[in-house]
Design a protein around this ligand. Sequence first.
Ligand code: ZEM
Length: 286
Amino acid sequence: MSKKGDFEAVRKDIAKLMHQPEYDDGSAGPVLVRLAWHSSGTYDAETDTGGSNGAGMRYEAEGGDPANAGLQHARVFLEPVKEKHSWITYADLWTLGGIVAIKEMGGPEIPWKGGRTDYVDDSKLPPRGRLPDGAQGSDHLRFVFYRMGFNDQEIVALSGAHNLGRCHSDRSGFEGAWVNNPTRFSNQYFRLLLSLQWRKKKLPNGVEQYVNYDEDSEAELMMLPTDIALTQDKSFRTWVELYARDKERFFEDFSKVFSKLVELGIVRDEDGKVTNADNERGGYHA
Ligand code: ZEM
């Protein structure tokens, strides 16, 4: 147990659980990043619903959304940290988990502040279906990410997270990793999007994705239809090209946009204190 508010102690314990030799590519990092993203990415700016406040994924309505399949692994990885630092809210822990994971995998430092609540406000619950569908194209990406309040540049920067981790046919139906070293944060994803030749492949389960046919590469790599859409849309492509050639710029922009992502729906006063989180009523009310 640490002192309430000692996020440094929490960060250290999250960093320690990164190494998971039995899991996927040996790291809990990628799935932790996806947990942070999915807990935040349900936000709708217009109705001010969804977002990381409330940690709604603990409950079936949100946790059982097919888009969140597999994220229980991330939540299980973080459970010992919650047990040790019981004062932290899940909403803070899940967003901080992604921030620490990115840093541990060689990515940028990302500004993060605590203060999210685990109180579930029924009037703020997001309906299912708000997260993006990898089988779609650029119109869908704009529809989903503009709803959260992001622009084209931010959509492309955020997509750079696909440097990390992989698709699992038993979770999303897609299969494989985007890059050869999926536990190292870099701009490789953007470089491969432009440098390899991608062709459509139908998997045995009927799902269509793109694979490269570069015979020299170590393994077959993949892209989602939404990833390929970034190279086909003129406005998106400009940013893909920039991030492919300028890793520093990608790191800088990714840091800003990921920080914005985990703040969606969080309101703070001048001192950074969250003003729209009810932490007295921490539990779920149905
Ligand atoms: Zn993802 N993502 N994502 N993503 N994502 C997957 C995996 C990961 C989309 C998507 O459909 C999928 C963002 C944006 C978008 C990560 C981070 C971020 C998978 C594979 C799919 C299908 C899931 C599986 O089978 O396990 C779509 C359509 C997106 C729209 C642009 C954003 C934004 C992210 C963070 C900033 C990460 C880290 C993974 C790898 C997870 C893992 O378990 O390895």
